[in-house]
Design a protein around this ligand. Sequence first.
Ligand code: NDP
Length: 240
Amino acid sequence: MARVALVTGGSRGIGEAISKALQAEGYTVAATYAGNDEKAAAFTEATGIKTYKWNVADYAASKAGIEQVEADLGPIDVVVANAGITRDAPFHKMTPEQWNEVVDTNLTGVFNTVHPVWPGMRERKFGRVIVISSINGQKGQFAQVNYAATKAGDLGIVKSLAQEGARAGITANAICPGYIATEMVMAIPEKVRDSIVAGIPAGRLGEPEEIARAVVFLASDDAGFINGSTISANGAQFFV
Ligand code: NDP
């Protein structure tokens, strides 16, 4: 039987590429989204992948949504916690609302996504947890105290889950993309974006598919001994 994969934020951007790549690999995929019904409907029409709408920041909604996915498609073997947002502002201008929204979505959202599937993975002695973190969680970023904190926190989640899941056949890994050409990055003012690209040794933004292929590998049986790792995919942007 085909393995089942859940991708949060899986109907556009990096998540869309991940959903499609897992489907091409033979997984039965469920893709979630927050509110963009039109895009989700177009995605399902184009791919046949079922979409589910819930807010990852809401534990009860995540748990109920995951139960529905499992009732529809079967137990979830692979969970990709990809949904994420930015609410950028220099620290002196950052509001508690901007802080809380990003923490609730990018950090608590990962707990809310993985926690409901974890007991089933432990019981079945197999699971793959893949969290999409960010280069800015590794190095920090101007005007992203909130975002960088959550993405660094995601690495702590993964390293701890790896230790808890290892004997139960579960791996947990993170991917830290650099700048990838999605709506999130295209929303950055062009002048700022140009200066970002100038700082990438590869001389270009990454493509969502370049992240998706790393997810496919981490989800595979071949990656069973890779656990608690962080894969950087950033076009050679080094940092200390
Ligand atoms: P996009 O903004 O293109 O897409 C975000 C996706 O997440 C959408 O499907 C959106 O749903 C969903 N989403 C957002 N908030 C919630 C929520 N509260 N509940 C459920 N779903 C939600 O983002 P990207 O594809 O660019 O980014 C994907 C991930 O990769 C994020 O975690 C991001 O931080 C990370 N990343 C991105 C980089 C980049 O350069 N793009 C670089 C490094 C990391 P809807 O369509 O309904 O809005």
